[in-house]
Design a protein around this ligand. Sequence first.
Ligand SMILES: [Zn+2]
Length: 78
Amino acid sequence: MAQYKHGQFLTQSQHAAFDTLHPPGSTAPNAGIYRCAGCGDEIGIAKGHTLPPQNHHQHGSGQGAIRWQLLVFAVQRG
Ligand SMILES: [Zn+2]
């Protein structure tokens, strides 16, 4: 599970971008931390880069396919 210390620098959001499940190997539409909805694995990635492929990590039975979900959106200035 993602961790942080200084909560004053994070803001909760209801943006729909946090609800989308992205398949392995697809393009990350936003910079930030993505979490696998199947197993909870987390990665950081830049906007426009390719999310890890199907063979990035292994799932046990019952965890389903790898699906990357935006967890923390990195807001870049300018
Ligand atoms: Zn996973």
